[in-house]
Write a protein that binds this ligand. Structure first.
Ligand SMILES: [Zn+2]
Length: 322
């Protein structure tokens, strides 16, 4: 049975659907990649790994505004006009974080406090089998109305090596989802296979993006709106990740984030951010993130919501229209 994928606006044969099938549906490790990740990468000194990555990144062609202009030009004929948000809102804003290591985990309260100051709630995707998970911080997240999601299994980059490995980990990931009352998932390094992910007990997945050529598996869904992927809702991130902004592209300001946010809002999309407390705690990154929050507050008529709220609303909306 092929995976049932449904986009808004028109039928399944629309531009976004075709684009997804060609680019962002799943990823496959080549034998070369598997060898590199299994044997070469673990023994490469970090400095050499960085140099290699920089060399790879320097050859990537990218749209400086992070907008897939080719696709969007085609999409102009699609009817966005009919698209209606909850309570007459014009776009939505969803803040998500992936927590990579203990130091990042311990920095959660600081970022959370900052977001609260600006009136935002966010989701925190934790790795269940990698670092020590402090129950006090989990309680803080949940008691203050934020959300927990699950970020892979142990973040070793091998979750999608083969369907066999993925299946072996499913039970453990589902246990973690249950333990933390989580309904959302994001794969480490945004590897993805929307078919395999159907085995997880989730309401939404957030391992896709609309446009991001700097990921190990680039592709991209092209969609700045959620879509239905089988039994769950897919929520692509739409602003480039903090790591891409600050380390790969060495940005000193947040103009890329601002421009993209404006454009997504104009098209009634979801401004979905993906940052890491691990990187926000370094240099002046928290200040730059605060600048982003400040900017997002200026966007008129935006719905601030948690990913689980957006997914629930989207499912209802979809059922209503179809
Ligand atoms: Zn991660």
């Amino acid at each position: 049975m092929p995976l049932n994928i449904k986009f808004p606006f028109s039928d399944n044969k629309n531009i976004l659907y075709k684009y997804l099938l060609e680019n962002g549906f799943d990823n496959h490790f080549s034998t070369k990649q598997k060898l590199y990740y299994s044997f070469v990468r673990p023994i490469l000194p970090v400095s050499l790994r960085k140099k290699l990555q920089e060399k790879i990144n320097s050859n990537i062609k990218w749209e400086t505004n992070f907008i897939n202009s080719e696709l969007i030009n085609e999409l102009k004929n699609e009817i966005i006009e009919l698209f209606k948000y909850i309570d007459g809102k014009k776009c939505s804003i969803v803040l998500t974080h992936d927590v990579e290591a203990t130091s990042g985990f311990n920095f959660i309260p600081k970022v959370l406090e900052l977001e609260e100051r600006y009136g935002f709630k966010s989701s925190w995707n934790i790795v269940p089998y990698k670092y020590k998970i402090d129950e006090g911080i989990i309680k803080l997240i949940l008691n203050s109305g934020h959300e927990i999601g699950i970020h892979g299994y142990n973040h070793d980059g091998k979750l999608y090596y083969s369907e066999k490995i993925f299946n072996q980990r499913v039970t453990f990931i589902n246990e973690a989802l249950k333990k933390y009352a989580a309904v959302g998932f994001r794969s480490p390094m945004v590897h993805r296979n929307l078919e395999w992910l159907q085995k997880l007990n989730i309401e939404y997945d957030a391992s896709c993006f609309d446009y991001d050529p700097f990921q190990p598996f680039p592709g991209g869904t092209g969609s700045i709106w959620p879509f239905i992927a089988g039994k769950f809702v897919e929520l692509p991130y739409t602003l480039p990740q903090d790591h891409t902004m600050f380390y790969v592209l060495k940005q000193k300001d947040i103009s890329i984030w601002k421009n993209k946010a404006d454009w997504v809002a104009k098209n009634k999309g979801v401004i979905l951010t993906l940052t890491h407390p691990d990187y926000l705690r370094e240099r002046n990154h928290l200040e730059l993130y605060e600048e982003l929050l400040e900017y997002l507050k200026t966007l008129e008529n935006a719905w601030y919501c948690l990913p689980k709220e957006l997914a629930e609303w989207w499912k209802g909306k979809y059922n209503y229209y179809c």
